[in-house]
Design a protein around this ligand. Sequence first.
Ligand code: S3P
Length: 182
Amino acid sequence: MTDDSSTPKHLVLVGLMGAGKTAVGECCAELLGRAFLDTDQLVEANTRMGVADIFEHHGEQQFRILERDAVADACASPVPLVIACGGGAVLDAENRRRLRASGVVVWLQAPPAVLSARVTADASADRPLLAGSAAATTTLERLRAQREPAYVAAAHLSVDTEGQTVDDVAARVVEEYRAWNG
Ligand code: S3P
């Protein structure tokens, strides 16, 4: 991505697990006619390992290094993308800087109990930070308290997703993005 302010920026989605970044991101990509990229999927493609396996065999720290590379690759795309970031990507200051510089960053929010219900219903994703946690809500409450400053620092704007369909949230995100991106 160049610094040319006339270049359209990426649309970047951040938020806790269960915020709907992937589902909403895919829908936004369709609405904008752009490619969609999920940093977890990029890490998995680059390593040919699942996120949970990377955590188990190499540890979270190694996952964060791989995630930082994925964020850098995504941000460097010369064509504007819709990028969904793993929930912890914003903890890294370099990730935050890159994402904000090359994209409009939207924080998808919902109360921890709502996030918990969504992740419990979504059997397709491996989420090692919630594995073995009978009370996902408690874990998500803790993560939210820890991470809130990082989301605030990363995001240009936030969108509340509680009680809304993926289509509704995506339409709202695209509207906000267009208003922001000019
Ligand atoms: C994580 C969120 C996951 C994935 C990894 C760690 C986190 O992505 O990157 O399990 O630290 O919140 P999703 O937010 O897409 O589930």
